[in-house]
Design a protein around this ligand. Structure first.
Ligand SMILES: Nc1ncnc2c1ncn2[C@@H]1O[C@H](COP(=O)(O)OP(=O)(O)O)[C@@H](O)[C@H]1O
Ligand SMILES: [Mg+2]
Length: 159
């Protein structure tokens, strides 16, 4: 299943993400793809709000992983960009996050392909103009499929 949204501002992107943040369950994995500046971190900020995280969420480019525990379930926000192709070889204890009690959101997950659980929500953010984005969600298994079905209900694609 696939879902596509068009957003014209940061607020619109974050409101879609917030709706998903209200749906995700422990052990869910979201993989965010898109160019630098597409809006992956912006999206994660909206998702965090949907979980009830009030602390500001910034890019974990240097720490690689940042955990937020104040929401409905923990949020593990990862940005693999700096690790590049050595990412899968680094022993950063990724499994503890992927199979943990929270939701994992991974920017630049393409570098982790081989160590990622198979059932995940792929989120691709495309820059159309400086303010317009196309956000495509794809499910790769029953777990992610269930989340997208729910998202379609709570956040219709044409608004
Ligand atoms: N519709 C939109 N959705 C998301 N970000 C937007 C949008 N329009 C403009 N932006 C801007 O695009 C940039 C996205 O940056 P960021 O989220 O850090 O990207 P990434 O994490 O993909 O590198 C921000 O400066 C944000 O203000
Ligand atoms: Mg980012």
């Amino acid at each position: 299943m696939m879902l596509t949204y068009h957003t014209g501002s940061v607020e619109e992107t974050q409101s879609v993400a917030k709706a998903l943040g209200e749906i995700v369950q422990p052990g869910d994995l979201l993989c965010l793809s898109g160019d630098l500046g597409a809006g992956k971190t912006t999206f994660t900020q909206g998702l965090a709000r949907g979980l009830g995280v009030e602390e500001p969420v910034s890019s974990p480019t240097f720490t690689i992983i940042k955990e937020y525990d104040e929401g409905r379930i923990p949020l593990y926000h990862m940005d693999i960009y700096r690790l590049g192709e050595s990412a899968a070889a680094e022993d950063l204890g990724f499994d503890e996050y992927f199979f943990g009690e929270g939701v994992s959101v991974v920017e630049w997950a393409e570098w982790l392909q081989d160590v990622l659980p198979e059932d995940r929500v792929q989120v691709i953010v495309h820059n159309l103009t400086p303010t317009d984005r196309e956000i495509t969600f794809a499910a790769t298994g029953p777990r992610s499929e269930a989340r997208l079905k729910e998202l379609e209900k709570t956040c219709p694609t044409s608004r």
